[in-house]
Design a protein. Sequence first.
Lengths: 205, 88
Amino acid sequence: METIDFQNEDVLIKALLKNDEQAFRYLVKTLYSQLLAVARAIAGSSIADEVVQESWISVLKALPKFEGRSSLKTWIIRIVANEAKRRLKKESRHVSLDSLGDDNDDFLERFDSKGHWIRPPVNWDLATPEEILEEKQLKCCIDATIKVLPERQKAVFVLRDLENHSLEQICNILDISDSNVRVLLHRARHKLFQIIEKFQETGEC
Amino acid sequence: MLSCKEFVEQSAKIVDNEELTIGQKLNNKLHLFFCHHCRTYLKQAKMTVAVANKLENEPATAPQIEQSIAEMKGFSASQDQTSEPASK
């Protein structure tokens, strides 16, 4: 069977315009998780899957007009974000900030009132990202930690650290301020930091 | 001089290689020179982000994939139907 290079955006777009099922499958497999994270962050978990499913049709409808001013991935993320915002407005739903994850950064409890360390960081024996990720138990804990991050933290973390979007793009996609994006990212990273640290200290997490 | 808490709160800019003012750079360097705990923190905060950069998104489930493809195929079939009379 012929192997088609869907990583090449032009090839992928042409195939999508021809309604190629392989291209549909590639697109869905590549993007679903991050689209779901965005939809959850804007509209909440209960309708996020529905939002993503409905967005595929909007993507196909608008694709002939895609001008390539951003990457296809970013363009599709924006469509999903807009669909999530539209659904939220249409249903006059209110998504509470609590459910979206504005929890506290418990890392800051490691300082006294003068800002000195009470519980300073310990040195890590595992000295490279590869060594850290080779520890199966730790990798499971990292995955589990990310899975249960509050929705907005998760979306910011996924878009920034896994998918390498700029902070400015993330602000636009999620409609939140630069300072809020930074706070959410810092909190998510601190959770990961503490999971790795605990494993290094105790051998478990 | 910055407190350790203040250093940690604004250290993401160092981790993300963002542009800092000369004053911020000096404050950070001065703090790091005197504080080995914050040196350890910074090294490990950078490591944490390097770990995150190597992670992959949780894969979509089979029903999520199949339903998405069904939506797309449904749409393309409806387009084919509407375009048929025009092509005759």
